[in-house]
Design a binder for this molecule. Structure first.
Ligand SMILES: N[C@@H](CCSC[C@H]1O[C@@H](n2cnc3c(=O)[nH]cnc32)[C@H](O)[C@@H]1O)C(=O)O
Ligand SMILES: [Zn+2]
Length: 432
């Protein structure tokens, strides 16, 4: 066994208690071997966490990581206009190299803000898988498939590609890449495609992830056409299951919430994106109270505009209170749970907890900062005061991906230069 010990820090435990401890990691299996009293470990290597808080690596359970190339290109618009007028025309010009550059940029940003795993639906997913492999993070990846604006043949091609990617890439990058089947949304995919392809995904036990109930415009047409709420329709299509997770769930009624709880289907809450696109306020406390599994995501950088999960926790707590009209709603423990164990369970990774047996995915936060002083309650700090830039070290699968803010697996300067060039050329092509 080759070992790495994260020493000298305070450790956030699964029960949300925080106390001084050292974390012993088996770097061969990439799992946590033990969490022990300070000063008791004997390891091959040490990572100094003194003066720091050791937390599970955050899990960004819904994003489109290569959309970092779109950051700041289309702000202050409603979802439908934003997608149709700004995003889709540029995405039509995307090339594999753009997705690779955008993914590298997004993954660098996530490592630098303590996120060790993410779920992503987008184009050219083999490129994303390649960057995940190189960067050392963990991801659940799916080729986003859509039927609107496509002829039948092209749409079938898209769906076949989705299943093929899911089958071919699952378990690659030493098991750090897992896959999923990702029909884009309930309103952008024709019913006949759901009827045809969902059973195929289910047969192979491929998890399913899709956008649902994000705006009222995604609810009303379905109610009109099917005389069913969107998630009743989704249930009819076989979309709701324990290994399914949906993004948004902003406009859901009580019957839909009950259905989600019954089916154990997770909702990934994307508070910044929901606020920025004025999609609405997800009833997160209500979902939690009903027993619906809830995870947290940033969505793409074009609707956020960053991939910092600490910002997202804060946003979740803030908007959760507003949505409930109750300052007690979505408290700090709930927000932390969503970003760690909640997201990890939704995405299907044994991460999000610092405990023997779990994946060795963690981040060390530097607490020696004015905005983190004094230390009345470190859990409160995590949600309300810590920023991604306070992360000192990031570890995934037992490998150090950032040490003292230096990326170990990616060349940050190169990543930034490449993304800048690619973004410029992409938008030039789109405007031509
Ligand atoms: N293969 C599909 C691509 C779907 S990828 C996922 C899509 O979701 C889009 N997207 C990003 N954020 C959101 C959101 O909040 N709601 C709905 N779609 C989004 C994103 O721009 C991308 O077009 C095609 O041929 O169009
Ligand atoms: Zn999305």
């Amino acid at each position: 066994m080759d070992t790495l010990a994260v020493t000298g820090g305070e450790v956030l435990r699964p029960d949300h208690s925080i106390d001084p401890a050292d974390v012993l990691i088996d770097t061969v299996t990439g799992t946590i071997d033990a969490v022990v009293e300070p000063g008791e470990v004997d390891a091959d290597r040490e990572l100094d966490a003194s003066g720091g808080l050791v937390v599970p690596g955050l899990v960004n359970a819904h994003t489109h990581v290569a959309m970092t190339l779109f950051r700041g290109s289309a702000d202050d618009k409603q979802l439908d206009d934003w997608l149709q007028e700004d995003i889709w025309p540029v995405e039509a010009e995307l090339q594999a190299g753009d997705v690779r550059a955008g993914a590298a940029l997004g993954i660098a940003e996530m490592i630098r803000s303590g996120t060790t795993a993410f779920a992503d639906m987008y184009f050219f997913m083999p490129e994303v898988a390649a960057v995940v492999e190189e960067a050392g993070v963990r991801a659940r990846l799916g080729h986003g498939a859509i039927t609107v604006g496509k002829d039948d043949e092209a749409a079938h091609e898209d769906f076949r590609a989705g299943l093929e990617f899911a089958r071919e890439y699952d378990g690659t990058a030493d098991g750090r890449v897992r896959t999923m089947f990702t029909p884009h949304s309930l309103t952008t995919v024709d019913e006949s495609f759901y009827r045809e392809y969902v059973p195929k995904a289910r047969e192979d036990d491929i998890p399913i992830h899709f956008h649902a109930n994000e705006t009222e415009n995604e609810v009303d047409p379905l109610v009109e056409e099917y005389d069913q709420r969107p998630l009743e329709y989704a249930d009819d299509l076989g979309l709701l299951a324990e290994n399914s997770f949906l993004a948004h769930g902003v406009h859901v009624d009580d019957r839909e919430i009950e259905l989600l709880a019954e089916r154990e289907t997770a909702v990934i809450h994307n508070p910044a994106s929901n606020m920025k696109l004025a999609s609405g306020m997800a009833p997160v406390q209500k979902l939690l109270d009903a027993g619906v599994p809830v995870g947290l995501g940033t969505d793409g950088a074009a609707s956020n505009n960053d991939l910092d999960m600490f910002d997202e926790m804060r946003d979740a707590a803030m908007i959760g209170k507003l949505a409930a009209g109750d300052a007690r709603a979505v408290d700090a423990p709930a927000a932390v749970e969503m970003a760690t164990a909640g997201s990890a369970a939704a995405v299907g990774f044994d991460s999000g907890r610092i405990e023997a047996g779990a994946n060795a995915d963690l981040a060390v936060i530097d607490l020696d900062k004015p905005h983190l002083t004094p230390r009345h309650d470190l859990l409160s700090h995590l949600v309300y005061a810590v920023k991604g830039s306070d992360v000192r070290h990031t570890v995934c699968d037992g490998t150090v991906l950032m040490a003292d803010r230096e990326l170990q697996t990616l060349d940050l300067e190169e990543v930034i230069d490449d993304a800048r060039e690619r973004a410029e050329a992409l938008f030039d092509r789109a405007q031509a």
